[in-house]
Design a protein around this ligand. Structure first.
Ligand SMILES: CC(C)(COP(=O)(O)OP(=O)(O)OC[C@H]1O[C@@H](n2cnc3c(N)ncnc32)[C@H](O)[C@@H]1OP(=O)(O)O)[C@@H](O)C(=O)NCCC(=O)NCCS
Length: 221
């Protein structure tokens, strides 16, 4: 109860995570987590959505010595390799990541959420699905049964990944994108906003449109 969580990131995904924790507390009387503040290299000494920014990412070591947990909220769509590099530099042990789920989300009892996963309101995670470490599942995203993703993936608001979809690491299913069953999205791959993915997306590629076609490669810096 009242475990402290530091959000690594900014007002976008980080603000959403903070609002989820507050809603769980205020409306659902779920006091498992409390927001302890943010770490953000660009907002040191300021506040984000009213929460204190304790410092930059170089403060992680200090907080690892304290009784706090972390959630990694940095996700820049199309700059997927940079996200992973930033994450790996932090060297946060798995047991120090919070798993945060909004109370209105459906998560099947045999789905697996790895450390650091965030699941927002009205999301659905079906049976035998596996959500990789520090992946973000935003509001109304639907992840079908037996679908899996690697670490640091991001399912934007209203996206749908059908069943038996295999998604690599640091990949995106963007706003309202839909992925047909049994398709694959490679490492650092992106299903662009509003796309219908009928063919596999290779590593590093962004596909858009309905049916989706190659759009460009993700940036490598
Ligand atoms: C695929 C994506 C990354 C492309 O971004 P981008 O490279 O910055 O592309 P631009 O915005 O510069 O657009 C370039 C062109 O592609 C088109 N385009 C961009 N995204 C498109 C998409 N998803 N589907 C179809 N066409 C798209 C634009 O209309 C533009 O066309 P034009 O040259 O004829 O004017 C972006 O569209 C996307 O999907 N972003 C994710 C949004 C999201 O999920 N946000 C999360 C919020 S929680």
């Amino acid at each position: 109860m009242n475990k402290k969580v530091i959000i690594i990131g900014g007002e976008g995904n980080g603000g959403v995570i903070a609002s989820c924790i507050e809603d769980n507390r205020n409306r659902f009387h779920d006091y498992e987590w409390q927001v302890y503040g943010f770490l953000n290299d660009y907002e040191k000494g300021k506040t984000i959505n009213g929460y204190r920014v304790h410092g930059g990412l170089d403060e992680i070591d200090k907080f690892l010595k304290e009784d706090v947990f972390f959630i990694f909220a940095i996700h820049m769509i199309g700059r997927n390799e940079l996200i992973e590099r930033t994450f790996l530099n932090l060297e946060i042990p798995d047991e120090r990541f919070a798993i945060i789920k909004h109370k209105t989300a459906f998560i099947a009892n045999n789905a697996i959420l790895e450390p650091g996963v965030f699941i927002m309101s009205n999301a659905y995670v079906g049976p035998v699905a596996r959500i990789g470490k520090c992946s973000l599942v935003m509001a109304n995203a639907l992840i079908g049964h037996n679908t899996s993703c690697g670490r640091l993936c991001h399912f934007s608001v209203g996206s749908i990944a059908s069943s038996y979809v295999q998604i690599g690491k640091v990949a995106d299913v963007a706003l309202g994108a839909k992925v047909l069953e049994k398709r694959k999205i490679g490492d650092f791959g992106v299903a662009g906003a509003g796309s219908l993915i009928t063919k596999d997306i290779p590593d590093y590629e962004i596909h858009t449109g309905t049916p989706a076609k190659f759009f460009r490669r993700v940036k490598d810096n």
